[in-house]
Design a protein around this ligand. Structure first.
Ligand code: DC
Length: 238
């Protein structure tokens, strides 16, 4: 390991859905010159591949068929300067735009609960973080993927605030949605994420909590830089 690699750390960001984890992780990575890895995109990519290869039909997941496909799925990331983040590819095919559809969103929880899927993706994520210098966001990064990450952040926000943000986002895109339905969905997903038997969402004991219910993006970044300096200072002294 080179001296520069030794100074780089792993930043694990976990938390509830619609908390702004990816936006936050992306800005941190840009600020530090780190690589940003969106692990949710990996679970979405497997789900899309399963849908396109007959392992999910009309929303019904054939778990054995998904597991059989796993060996033929190669996931890679390539930096896209236009987005300021990496695009995700499956077997060389850029799927970034196709993984965020409602069809994928509806099935991804089921796919991410399959143990063999988690084993494969967790191993890939660990390999990607081997050289440190990564900001990884997901649900189990600080607890399962990198329990030894030097800085762990657990993001949360009031469900009503998260629902409002999601509502504004969808409205801006022209979707006809109701705030009540979104809030119900946010609360249901919180329950599903925390309640699943394999790698449930939970706060690592050594994680610092960021409740961004009433914080601007700039305030979140200022909060992060303080935590980061504190952590790096402690590591230097150790
Ligand atoms: O962050 P996201 O909404 O794009 O994640 C998509 C799904 O993948 C979500 O249902 C939770 C799951 N997921 C997971 O189980 N573990 C991760 N590390 C990241 C996402």
């Amino acid at each position: 390991m080179s001296d520069t690699e030794k100074q780089k750390i792993i930043i694990a960001i976990d938390g509830f859905s619609s908390c702004g984890k990816s936006t936050f992780a992306k800005s941190i990575a840009a600020r530090l010159g780190y690589i940003f890895i969106d692990t949710g995109a990996m679970y979405r990519a497997v789900t899309l591949y399963a849908q396109e290869h007959g392992a999910i039909r009309s929303g019904i997941i054939d778990e054995d068929a998904v597991v059989r496909l796993l060996d033929e799925i190669a996931i890679t990331f390539r930096f896209n300067p236009e987005r300021g983040a990496s695009d995700i590819y499956v077997n060389g095919d850029r799927v970034e735009g196709r993984i965020r559809t409602i069809e994928v969103s509806n099935c991804v929880s089921g796919v991410s609960a399959i143990p063999a899927v988690r084993r494969k993706l967790v191993a890939m994520q660990q390999e990607m973080g081997r050289r440190r210098g990564v900001v990884m966001d997901g649900r189990d990064i600080g607890t399962v993927v990198f329990p030894d990450a030097e800085l762990k952040i657990f993001m949360t926000a009031d469900p009503a605030v998260r629902a409002r943000r999601r509502y504004d986002e969808l409205k801006a895109k022209g979707d006809d949605v109701s705030l009540e339905a979104i809030e119900r969905n946010v609360r249901e997903r919180d329950k599903a994420d925390m309640g699943r038997t394999i790698s449930p969402l939970r706060q690592a004991e050594d994680a610092v909590v960021l409740d961004n219910s009433h914080m601007t993006v700039e305030e979140q970044m200022a909060w992060f830089m303080k935590e980061y300096s504190k952590r790096v200072g402690i590591l230097r002294e150790a």
